[in-house]
Design a protein around this ligand. Structure first.
Ligand SMILES: NC(=O)c1ccc[n+]([C@@H]2O[C@H](COP(=O)([O-])OP(=O)(O)OC[C@H]3O[C@@H](n4cnc5c(N)ncnc54)[C@H](O)[C@@H]3O)[C@@H](O)[C@H]2O)c1
Ligand SMILES: O=c1ccn([C@@H]2O[C@H](COP(=O)(O)OP(=O)(O)O[C@H]3O[C@H](CO)[C@@H](O)[C@H](O)[C@H]3O)[C@@H](O)[C@H]2O)c(=O)[nH]1
Length: 480
């Protein structure tokens, strides 16, 4: 029986390995992690991450051919193929701080693999890594391994999106496998292809050289984020000219050369990947002397930061230039709907901006806990994407922040509402009831363009919605 070990039981490692186990009943899959709390959650009824469809997959396989364990060394020793899905955060200090990828966790996983292995292994990079990482990992493995043990390194970047991870894994657009040239490299690529071929049509499995696969992942995220910053830049122009960004997006989407996806204007993109991976790309460009290319990609992040601060400015200027002492209801804190993940969520920057102006926040998110929100808002220099057990525990609570358990409670007696995540349930709220229980004038700031602006205005709200013609409200300035 082929044995697979997945190192890293997070948002990538957990769902990916669970789907491999589901689709390959003849393969034994062990998912290992240094975090005891994560592994015990994977072995319990309350999985450590919220992802639609994940629970069903785990329930079907756990204890049969899918195991979660902290015995990292044992499972690495036994495995034929090792998938590494550990954190690759932005470096917080030292050379390249703030841009370069921190490969500490990858390197320690590689050293451990070299220490415990007694047989040949295929090591698969699932984490997003700088181009040419496989070279460095290869050296670590070669220098530390016992004589005679051979390693083949493959780059198999993961393209799942949170909130749709299971669907993305079951029916991927493509699977990318990069490997070494030569017979041993080809054999390793074929072994990984055979695993995916259990459920992915062969024409969707692309093979490349190692460096193309590694770089394609960074390029993929940079292109996606660039589309969001492009439409968000347009949203500012729409507000200044009374054009309507969703109409512009729709028109663009019908151009088959452009296509329909990633054209939703928003309060800004979040998530653990886009910013980190673009910074990583920028660092690699700079390291290769490609300053113009680096500057091009930096702008994507600049526009994203601009979009978040523009939103805060809109709220404050619209509400008579101050939100000091005012209750603002924040609906949604996760970086997108259908996840409890708050890494790099735009809600953190928006909430901090409003708190900076003295607002009192009442926050509701269907999946994010009070503890997580307080932790996110009380930390200054957060090492966002570091392994959970290394993150600082929440020591203080932000007094002007109240986390509540439903939207009606959040909005009661509020002066304004900010929609920061596009959860479906926010569309179904009884906004007449909400309006009746708010201070007047009652404001809505829709950072996700999910609400019916005309209807809200009829109800009596003063409404700002990203990239849409501004309310005639006298305090709604033309520019923010
Ligand atoms: N989150 C996503 O949607 C996504 C999608 C594609 C790619 N990626 C990439 O995948 C990688 C992992 O991302 P994630 O979101 O799953 O992170 P995560 O923090 O959810 O999971 C990483 C896990 O690795 C564990 N870990 C770290 N070092 C370890 C070691 N030496 N041995 C065993 N376990 C170790 C941590 O404890 C943690 O549980 C990153 O490189 C990320 O860029 C993420
Ligand atoms: O039109 C859009 C699409 C997305 N977003 C925002 O962009 C962020 C990222 O969204 P999404 O890409 O759907 O989620 P992620 O889970 O971050 O997935 C991205 O990052 C992963 C990690 O690398 C990749 O695997 C995926 O392919 C890539 O889409 C979120 O804040 C979204 O709200 C917008 O503002 N407008």
């Amino acid at each position: 029986m082929v044995k697979i070990c997945g190192i890293g039981a997070g948002y990538v490692g957990g769902p990916t390995m669970a789907v491999v186990a589901l689709k390959c009943p003849s393969i034994e899959v062990a998912v290992v992690d240094i975090s005891h709390s994560r592994i015990s959650a994977w072995n319990s009824k309350n999985l450590p991450i919220y992802e639609p469809g994940l629970e069903e997959v785990v329930k079907q396989c756990r204890g049969k051919n899918l195991f979660f364990s902290t015995d990292v060394e044992k499972h690495v020793y036994e495995a034929d193929i090792i998938f590494v899905s550990v954190n690759t955060p932005t470096k917080a200090r030292g050379l390249g701080a703030g841009k370069a990828a921190d490969l500490t966790y990858w390197e320690s996983a590689a050293r451990m693999i070299a220490d415990v292995s007694q047989s040949n292994k295929i090591v698969v990079e699932k984490s997003t890594v700088p181009v040419r990482t496989a070279e460095a990992i290869g050296r670590i493995l070669a220098h530390n391994s016992k004589k005679g043990i051979k390693y083949q390194i493959l780059s198999n970047p993961e393209f799942l999106s949170e909130g749709t991870a299971i669907q993305d894994l079951l029916d991927p657009d493509r699977v990318l496998i990069g490997g070494n040239d030569g017979p041993e490299g080809h054999e390793a690529i074929q072994k990984l292809k055979d695993i995916y071929a259990n459920w992915v049509p062969e024409d969707r499995i692309i093979t490349t050289n190692l460096w193309s696969a590694e770089l394609s992942k960074l390029a993929d995220n940079a292109f996606l984020a660039q589309r969001i910053s492009s439409i968000n830049a347009m949203s500012a122009l729409c507000e200044a000219t009374s054009a309507e960004v969703s109409q512009v997006s729709h028109a663009l989407s019908k151009n088959t050369k452009i296509g329909p996806k990633f054209l939703n204007a928003s309060v800004g993109f979040g998530g653990s990947c886009f910013q980190k991976d673009i910074l990583n790309l920028v660092y690699i460009c700079e390291s290769n002397g490609l300053v113009e290319v680096a500057n091009y990609w930096k702008e994507v992040i600049k526009v994203n930061d601009y979009q978040k601060s523009r939103f805060v400015n809109r709220v404050v200027t619209s509400m008579f230039n101050t939100v000091s002492g005012k209750k603002i209801a924040v609906l949604g804190f996760a970086f997108k709907k259908d996840t409890s993940d708050t890494r790099k969520t735009p809600a953190i920057d928006v909430c901090k901006g409003l708190l900076g102006d003295g607002a009192c926040l009442s926050i509701y998110d269907p999946q994010v806990s009070e503890e997580q929100i307080q932790k996110d808002l009380s930390m200054n220099n957060v090492e966002w994407d570091y392994p959970i057990h290394l993150q600082p525990m929440s020591s203080t609570t932000v007094k002007q922040v109240n986390v509540v358990s439903d939207a009606y409670e959040a909005t009661k007696d509020a002066h304004g509402i900010c929609i920061l995540t596009e959860w479906d349930e926010f569309k179904a709220i009884d906004y007449q009831r909400v309006f009746d229980n708010m201070q007047k004038p009652a404001f809505v700031f829709d950072g996700r363009n999910i609400l019916n602006v005309d209807k809200l205005r009829e109800t009596g709200f003063i409404v700002y919605s990203i990239g849409r013609p501004l309310d005639l409200w006298q305090n709604m300035p033309q520019q923010a």
